[in-house]
Design a protein around this ligand. Structure first.
Ligand SMILES: C[S@@+](CC[C@H](N)C(=O)[O-])C[C@H]1O[C@@H](n2cnc3c(N)ncnc32)[C@H](O)[C@@H]1O
Length: 217
């Protein structure tokens, strides 16, 4: 009982100051995230970097890279890409539209608000960012160079995630990294797309305690 009151008070304290424990305990339980860390905290909406960025930081080891993220929303993950990696150029692809097959990030108004937040959050890197406000299948034409690092976090349903992996993979440099979010039981289409793609190319994929997936070309 004392333990529960203690945990609730901590949560209350964090909520009060718009801080959040990451992954939030309830979220961690709901999504069965193992290795819940009390000391990773979010300030406002900003959470600690995810596995693909940690992996890329180590892998590229300070080398200047060209990167791309499909699905930006409020720019929180792009923030980590820009902060932790040596980015020459970052393509940020998001239509910023609520459409029939993609509604879980809220209404049209919420999406426009997210776009405003992303531009605000990432403004210090504005010279490195190419905003591509299109659906990923159309945006691919705007990328006219090879990529070192790609992070896929757009529409998680089949055939979207499947197409994102298959169509963007050829843009990657040899020894580049393709990765993405939500490899977990709540997104079976992501699992299916990653597993079938890696099998078809005879490539290994890495997943960790979080929900990122990572494949080296
Ligand atoms: C889960 S959110 C991205 C979150 C962001 N990567 C982060 O972690 O901070 C998914 C985003 O994908 C965008 N999206 C949905 N369908 C898309 C598509 N077909 N192409 C590109 N982006 C898409 C949505 O507008 C939404 O902003």
């Amino acid at each position: 009982m004392k333990k529960i009151i203690f945990e609730q008070s901590i949560q209350h304290f964090f909520n009060l100051f718009k801080l959040d424990i990451w992954p939030n305990k309830k979220y961690a339980e709901k999504h069965e995230i193992k290795g819940f860390k009390l000391f990773g905290i979010c300030i406002g909406n900003l959470c600690p970097e995810r596995e693909a960025v940690s992996y890329a930081k180590n892998y590229f080891n300070g080398k200047e890279i060209i990167a791309c993220e499909i699905g930006n929303f409020k720019g929180e993950h792009a923030y980590h890409i820009l902060k932790k990696l040596n980015i020459k150029k970052l393509y940020l692809i998001d239509p910023y539209e609520a459409y029939e097959e993609y509604k879980h990030d809220g209404s049209y108004k919420d999406i426009l608000e997210a776009k405003k937040e992303a531009h605000n959050l990432l403004r210090r890197w504005k010279d490195k960012i190419i905003w591509v406000e299109k659906y990923s299948d159309k945006a691919i034409k705007d990328i006219k160079e090879e990529l070192d690092f790609l992070y896929i976090d757009g529409n998680h349903y089949h055939p979207y995630v499947d197409n994102d992996i298959k169509k963007y993979y050829p843009l990657l440099k040899k020894r580049g990294i393709i990765s993405g979010h939500d490899f977990g039981k709540f997104w079976p289409d992501v699992i299916e797309a990653v597993v079938s793609f890696s099998k078809s190319k005879n490539l290994n994929f890495i997943t960790g305690r979080g929900s990122d997936w990572i494949i080296k070309k």
